[in-house]
Design a protein. Structure first.
Length: 393
């Protein structure tokens, strides 16, 4: 039986299960479940005994600089005794179907094992590089101006300017935006420090990071979020990081652009690697996703594709994207016949990668060497785009 959590007994069972599955102290897991305000939890029960659970946060993300509502799947866990019995599939399927009915076009998660969630239509959709550098590597000509104030964010009434900055950020490719939980989890519940930067009393940037002790007298800083509304605010963030020269050995940050860091450093001394824990996204409402995007005004085209979605049946079928004047009308064809050589066949996973900008059609399908309809090869249609969805919990 699958149902929502309803009382303290459900919470107690969830804490025990989470402590077992995530190898965290029960005290820490209880704090997560009791203090988050926007987390909806489902459990799979047998005679009121919890065998598996999964939760969903509500937040927003930027896709091609458009802000989308997104269901964040989290805290997916099954007792080891009851694994391989389909509990996770039942729970995640219900979360996705429920969120689809509620109007959410996308779902996202940050899993330990990516191949497992590909079976449910989730696909890796970001290309981020982990950069490692020392505070002393940052060029010394970046200064914190006198009209800048930097405050530690600890109270909920300070979340509003963070949301304001996130929605107006220049670096929109790294945004995960929530009302309360996104900041509670980033800050208090996970031990990250959040600093708000204001210029002339106007919020212009924020940064969140956590310190890690590697060995005696060796500390590292792991940056979770690095957000600015203009270049001056970005300069301030790097100047602030340079202030840690005396007590931080290395700084780690995930970004989609190498130039984002390189131009601010005296030299590149360390290795950089692709992030090993990228976000996975899934399309819940195909029509809403493609109609919410903005397209180049010069495009006037009709393209067709065929997709099968084994979980959300409304997505299955042959679709027409009619793009004109910067907008798209997405419609599923029922009786209208289309020449087969005009239809691009895609999986729901591949469609997510095209939508997000993880890959172009040509790159995505080159290993299959298909005959791609010429309309789909238009470079400005859905161009490849540098993307990163920062780990938010």
């Amino acid at each position: 039986m699958i149902r929502e959590f309803k009382d303290s007994k459900d919470l107690e069972q969830a804490v025990k299960l989470a402590s077992l599955c995530f190898h965290e102290p029960a005290k820490e897991m209880k704090k997560f479940f009791s203090e988050t305000q926007e987390l909806d939890m489902l459990g799979s029960y047998e005679e009121e005994t919890l065998h598996a659970a999964a939760g969903s946060h509500k937040f927003q993300i930027f896709v091609r600089e458009q802000l989308f509502d997104c269901a964040g799947v989290a805290y997916v866990m099954t007792h080891p005794i009851y694994r391989r019995k389909g509990h996770v599939k039942q729970l995640t399927d219900k979360i996705m179907l429920d969120r689809k009915k509620q109007g959410y076009p996308l779902a996202a998660l940050w899993p330990f094992e990516h191949s497992f969630y590909q079976k449910f239509g989730f696909e890796s959709c970001e290309k981020t590089i982990t950069f490692k550098f020392k505070p002393s590597d940052i060029k010394s000509d970046f200064k914190i101006a006198e009209n800048i104030s930097i405050e530690d964010v600890t109270e909920k009434n300070d979340f509003l300017p963070l949301i304001q900055i996130a929605k107006n950020a220049q670096n929109k490719y790294t945004r995960v935006i929530g009302d309360v939980d996104a900041w509670l989890v980033r800050g208090k519940l996970q031990g990250f420090k959040i600093y708000l930067i204001e210029r002339d009393d106007k919020p212009v940037a924020y940064i969140s990071f956590k310190f890690k002790k590697v060995k005696e007298w060796v500390h590292e800083m792991n940056i979770m979020d690095f957000t600015f509304v203009d270049t001056k605010a970005k300069h301030t963030l790097f100047a602030f990081l340079r202030n840690f020269e005396a007590d931080i050995s290395n700084i780690f940050i995930n970004l989609p652009y190498q130039e984002e860091v390189e131009s601010y450093l005296n030299s590149i001394k360390d290795e950089h690697k692709f992030n090993q824990w990228p976000a996975m996204l899934r399309i819940l409402d195909l029509k809403q996703c493609f109609e919410q995007l903005n397209y180049p005004i010069k495009i006037d085209i009709q393209v067709y594709f065929k997709v099968e979605d084994k979980i959300i049946s409304e997505n299955t079928g042959i679709w027409l994207l009619d793009i004109k004047d910067g907008k798209c009308n997405a419609s599923k064809l029922i009786d209208q016949e289309v020449e087969l050589d005009k239809i691009l066949e895609l999986t729901i996973n591949q469609l997510a990668q095209l939508f997000i900008g993880h890959s172009s059609v040509r790159k995505l399908l080159e290993h299959k060497n298909p005959d791609i309809p010429k309309e789909w090869l238009l470079e400005d249609l859905l161009p490849e785009k540098q993307t990163a969805f920062m780990l938010w919990f």
